[in-house]
Design a protein around this ligand. Structure first.
Ligand code: 1GP
Length: 249
């Protein structure tokens, strides 16, 4: 790595280059009843990082949640903002998304413009992310909030071209998102085709609620799988997913 600063992004990228599958857990600060149990499990499993954020937060406990995670975990805590107020200097980094699949200027550049000075002030590592919503056969909260049309689950060309444009625009990650609690995860063909077009790390999330779905996404080319919703129902699923990935690797 030479003199290059070691950042969270460098670590994600390095594991991606080494083809080490990564697992990220998404934590919604609005749903904290299960958090203590989940944190215990995360500390016992090889989860790479946590993402924290939500598109419809009502509890006003974002900073409290970030602090709790930073205090109780040793892995990076990365903000994945669902709204412009979700910034906290205690976090390790922020995954700053632009919803490239949609044509809503607010989510392409609007909220980012509001957030930029606050992120700079908080001195957070910024990981710019090309965010592509793929139809997950559910009217997810991301769809409702962004008011955008997802890319059809078999429209591989649009997804590939959009991801490539994201990379050309300088984005550091591509996130293929079926939406939280999606009925249909991003399919293997979609993951495979997008992965073949871009050289930056590929995150895949939305509806991954079993070891089988996690393995399928990784085998298709996901560098990082993101699991959220399933753990709210049963945090123990995380152990099964991690064990299955370890075995398959
Ligand atoms: C949502 O991709 C993430 O933004 C995770 O999805 O909550 O369905 O696991 P789930």
């Amino acid at each position: 790595m030479g003199d290059r600063e070691i950042t969270i992004y460098n670590c994600i990228e390095k594991k991606c280059t080494l083809r080490i599958p990564q697992i990220a857990v998404l934590i919604d600060p609005d749903k904290t009843d299960y958090l203590a149990e989940l944190v215990t499990i995360i500390n016992q499993t090889p989860v790479d990082f946590v993402l924290v954020g939500g598109s419809k937060l009502t509890k006003n406990n974002f900073s409290e949640c970030v602090l709790y995670l930073k205090t109780n975990l040793t892995i990076p805590v990365i903000i994945f903002p669902g709204g412009y107020e979700q910034i906290d200097r205690i976090a390790d980094a922020i995954l700053l998304p632009s919803v490239l699949s949609g044509r809503n200027a607010d989510y392409l550049i609007g909220i980012q413009t509001i957030m930029a000075p606050k992120i700079a002030e908080a001195k957070l590592e910024v990981i710019s992310t090309g965010y592509l919503l793929i139809d997950g056969r559910k009217n997810s909260s991301t769809l409702q909030v962004t008011q955008t049309k997802p890319i059809a689950e078999d429209d591989y060309n649009t997804a590939c071209d959009t991801a490539l444009a994201g990379e050309m625009l300088g984005m550091k990650l591509i996130y293929l998102e079926a939406g939280s609690g999606a009925e249909q995860t991003v399919n293997s063909m979609m993951i495979e085709k997008v992965k073949s077009k871009v050289s930056i790390p590929l995150l895949v999330g939305g509806g991954i609620n079993s070891p089988e779905k996690a393995i399928r996404a990784i085998e298709a080319g996901a560098d990082v799988i993101v699991v959220g919703n399933a753990l709210e129902v049963n945090p123990g699923v995380l152990r099964n997913i991690c064990n299955a990935i370890k075995k398959s690797n």
